[in-house]
Design a binder for this molecule. Structure first.
Ligand code: NAP
Length: 248
């Protein structure tokens, strides 16, 4: 129970990695604000947490790409929970396609959600964290932001941008006891990766020394570590959780 009495906010908590993170942080003792674009998905995750830990979770429908939507959700979260100790910016989308054919809309949707969405949430919660003089911010990036990928120029740019954003925010907020780190997952089994063809999956696996996809629980465990007391002296870093795919 490393997060007893703390309040965690997880974006994209409705499915996949965000769902696993929300459950894991609740199991560590945190109260969890489950934020997702689709209300029913956020409510399902909050319901699962409340079944195990009565009263520990609430659901919020918000579009992280939309500043007004984020501000409204943040105001409600702070009214309900009165603080924010851990912010996990996990909400993310893909709109894949070769750059030659990529539409402006595909570019904007991915950048606005994955990069600007994380900035909106950090900006909206930082006043509260500054007042508390403590906080953990964890941005879920991707190995694709480190190595790039044909057909994912928009996604790679958004995830690479998160590294610079993470380091800048870490420098801005360190003096107030707030840490900001990134996690770069490799290929994790979720709905986002289930759309990949068998051939693509095989080709990805051939680049993974541990020869398997990662699990959502493995990413949630890394986030729990960065949110917990053992990571108090870590800031501005990226933890790559990818079965050895990218070694630097
Ligand atoms: P997923 O299964 O597609 O789930 C994405 C979640 O983000 C959903 O809950 C979705 O909301 C939410 N979301 C999307 N756009 C949103 C918006 N504008 N506002 C609020 N919530 C929004 O994806 P995943 O595989 O779990 O990925 C989670 C994160 O990990 C993403 O940032 C992704 O880029 C990153 N990642 C994933 C992998 C992988 O292999 N899966 C690898 C590296 C990095 P709704 O449920 O309400 O629609």
């Amino acid at each position: 129970m490393t997060l007893k009495d703390q309040v965690a906010v997880v974006t994209g908590a409705g499915r996949g990695i965000g769902h696993a993170i929300a459950l894991r942080l609740a199991n560590e003792g945190a109260k969890v604000a489950c934020v997702s674009r689709t209300a029913t998905n956020a409510e399902r995750t909050a319901g699962e947490i409340n079944a195990a830990h009565p009263g520990a979770a609430k659901a919020y429908a918000a579009d992280v790409a939309d500043l007004a939507s984020v501000q409204a959700a943040v105001a409600q979260i702070l009214k309900d929970f009165e603080r924010c100790d851990v912010l996990v910016n996990n909400a993310g989308v893909t709109r894949d396609g070769l750059s030659m054919r990529m539409t402006g809309d595909d570019w904007d949707t991915v950048l606005d959600t994955n990069l600007k969405g994380a900035f909106h949430c950090m900006q909206a919660f930082q006043r509260q964290m500054l007042r508390q003089r403590s906080g953990r911010i964890i941005n879920i990036s991707s190995v694709i932001g480190l190595i790039g990928n044909a057909g994912q120029a928009n996604y790679a740019a958004s995830k690479a941008g998160l590294f610079g954003l993470t380091k800048s925010m870490a420098r801005e907020l360190a003096s107030r006891g707030i840490t900001v780190n990134a996690v770069a997952p490799g290929f994790i089994t979720t709905e986002m990766t289930s759309v990949l063809s068998d051939e693509t999956q095989k080709s990805i696996l051939s680049q993974v020394p541990l020869a398997r996809f990662g699990t959502v629980a493995e990413i949630a465990g890394t986030v729990a570590f960065l949110a917990g007391p053992d990571a108090a002296y870590i800031t501005g870093q990226t933890l790559t959780v990818d079965g050895g795919m990218v070694m630097s």
